[in-house]
Design a protein around this ligand. Sequence first.
Ligand code: 0RA
Length: 645
Amino acid sequence: MAIEKQTSNYGAEQIQVLEGLEPVRKRPGMYIGTTGPRGLHHLVYEVVDNSIDEALAGHCSHIEVDINEDGSVSVIDDGRGIPTDVHPSTNRSALETVMTVLHAGGKFGGGGYKVSGGLHGVGISVVNALSEWVEVKVWRNGSLHQQRYERGIPITELVAQPDAEHSTGTSISFMPDALIFSETTEFNYATLSNRLRELAYLNAGVKITFGDRRLESLKEETYCYEGGIKEYVTYMTREKDVLHQDIIYVEGEKNGVQVEVAFQWCIDAYSDTILGFANNIRTVDGGTHLEGLKTVLTRTLNNVARKRNKIKENEPNLAGENVREGLTAVISVKVPDPEFEGQTKTKLGNSEVRGIVDSLVGEVLNEYLEFNPHVADSIIEKAVQAFKAAEAARRARELVRRKSVLESSPLPGKLADCSTRDPSESEIFLVEGDSAGGSAKQGRDRRFQAILPLKGKILNIEKTDDAKIYKNNEIQSLITALGLGIKGDEFDPSQLRYHHIVIMTDADVDGAHIRTLLLTFLYRYQRELVEQGYIYIACPPLYKLERGKNHYYCYSERELQEKIAEFPSNANYSIQRFKGLGEMMPQQLWDTTMNPETRMMKRVEIEDAAEADRIFTVLMGDRVAPRREFIETHGPRLNLTELDV
Ligand code: 0RA
């Protein structure tokens, strides 16, 4: 049936709606953080969160998320459907109110357990305000109800038609507004699939289907984990050798706070991976739930170690980081009134959570270790080894420090440094080999751009102890050129010589391998470099397309095809494919890849520490089979969250 547009009939109601959502369009950053790719993806999370809430309330079991052919996104669930009845005082449907009034969602809570918060939970009206259009379908009471909005304004009535076939549910489709998301409106498959998989792990039993219809052939995945975060830990440790078979699992509730923790120790891991979530939101900056977990792990293992005489009376306690070495853990708490702190609102502040986690985990862990003394012993043994290794490393560091190998060593000879001494405007390009190094040195702006050519495949540090790292020439050059301190020492940004550290490798498999090695090194050596956003990846073009006097650089096969499609059908053109940076003229390299005015770069983010850690383990670890499998399935692309700079 036809839905009439009402654009000519611009009544008082519409004006009111516009005014209501106007602040959102005026200052989108206040509601979704940024209008870059991260904010764009938040739109999807916001819509999905509503369906997740419906699932947590026990009314919905399947959520389908689709990127449609035109680049819009649909989120469809089989919940009760957003209420469509008209409120007598406003004369508007509940649906329209939820769509057009800021923070109206909660009023229709209907006893559901609303767990969204932090970055999300701003309400679906924000998505409506920031979309070129939204189409809502609700199946309820034997009817299909539909309404369309444009830039937050309803442009049709809520129209109902009988539909007894379909059971209840909600479908929300939206097209992000290019006027708001001026940088890009293109959704990234990996970013969305990672978050949706994560949501499926965090909400055991909820089935999430994710499809991408932008491609010629539909790409579709389904995530559903009956085991919840327990399965998440299994997934994260599946490439590692575990210290004990069972995953230790704690679930409980106290004063309205729900706590779920799953963890397992692995043998060959030297760092820990602990993922914290509060109300389904990744708490990158930690908070009281993680503090509670760390405290109880340290205390419990020290108690057990003393009881079992693994630490003698005159010996000091194991430190927290000793106990956590090799630990993979997921902690998910649901707090009725979450306080999110910090600039990015990713740190849980509720102080009552600390003690609740401590007591719930303490009880279960004590009992588990009592019933599994051999597991207790192997965890303690590993922690004692970590303690001793830390002591040895500390002595080695002292030695290095005294000799001042790093602090006073001269800058490496092959570094072509920039002339400015202001790190905030300095950039260093890490390039592979002398030929690319040559082009880059000639192409750069030497005032603020430095070039460091690195030979061959730099050392694989996953398998190497600290003493060897300092002896490796390529790594020494890297450490001294960047101005890094000693591995794992507290990060001192004031010593950093460049605030843009750009990995610039060829767009082929070898280039990808070297990029991964460099990223692994930086990630393991000084994680803060990645966390604080100093690491970038250069994006050299893959093709040069020439037609007559004009030329275009294309950064993907798709871009190339799109450009060609713009030409008239009988046009003559030529395509040059760049096999490596060395093939580019210095001027070309400057124009396409190095010039801050015109280049494209990706900032590396540890958006998903679990995935990064897994990739690094697969690519760098001792086990060959998973590595081969990974390289074969993912080819030269590393799964990184993209942020164009
Ligand atoms: C509040 C009440 C009811 C449904 C919902 C919210 C609801 C909202 C969304 C958003 C996306 N999917 C959703 N599904 C359900 C219904 C209360 C009732 O039927 O009694």
